[in-house]
Design a protein around this ligand. Sequence first.
Ligand SMILES: Nc1ncnc2c1ncn2[C@@H]1O[C@H](COP(=O)(O)OP(=O)(O)OP(=O)(O)O)[C@@H](O)[C@H]1O
Length: 263
Amino acid sequence: MPEASADTVALDTKMTSRDVKVHYGDKLALKGVDLEFRTNEVTALIGPSGCGKSTFLRCLNRMNDTIGIARVSGQVTLDNDHIYGPNGIDPVLLRMRVGMVFQKPNPFPKSLYDNVAFGPRIHGLYRDKDHLDEIVTKALEKAGLWHEVKDRLYEKGTGISGGQQQRLCIARAIAVSPEVILMDEPCSALDPIATAKVEELIDELRENFTIVIVTHSMQQAARVSQRTAFFHLGEVIEVGDTEQIFTAPTQQLTQGYITGRFG
Ligand SMILES: Nc1ncnc2c1ncn2[C@@H]1O[C@H](COP(=O)(O)OP(=O)(O)OP(=O)(O)O)[C@@H](O)[C@H]1O
């Protein structure tokens, strides 16, 4: 079920995709996805394994460019600017504006401070050491990690717990002031307490960012998102307000998935 056409895009729309298809070699993995992502909203992408959620997420910041056999067609916009094509936003700048948090926490083998300072350093986003300190502190505060790590900023980022590592990765993503944060199953490697902290954080981050999250957990989608898109075999079957999708889906396939009949 496609979203509104390009000429009816709402004012608070941050990103859109139109007829986005992805081939891996000869295999068509995404069959033409139309979606919109609104400012200050969390959109959850749900659906059975292999339906194309991660493939689609990677289209939103051109991460599929790093996969040799992947071919993307269609249009994706960020603030109405195209991200693909000859006049597309520069991919390095795009990935700064559209950050990503992965399934498995992947801190660099550097200090906590250097992990968070990494993006601001490579993009030259700070004036002097005091300014960089401020950026690092604020990012760690926003990621809800500051109080836990403020006395060990120069210890290795890999030496903290898995849940803390994931919040460190979120701090690293936030440090370059992105507008959109993509999260690919960010809690799948975390225990329930760490998961609850990250979910709480996602809700707080919504105030400042547009968030798109892939999740296998329908409870998580229901808890953290305002909009949900249900994918099946490379297509979006249904998209709508999260409450509607989970309480009154219009499509039988959606109903079957959320009631656990398949997936
Ligand atoms: N790098 C790749 N090379 C070839 N095929 C791929 C690649 N990545 C994904 N695919 C295929 O594309 C389809 C969609 O995969 P994708 O990982 O996007 O699905 P998903 O919904 O995110 O799955 P999961 O929930 O299991 O992570 C699958 O058939 C998968 O095998």
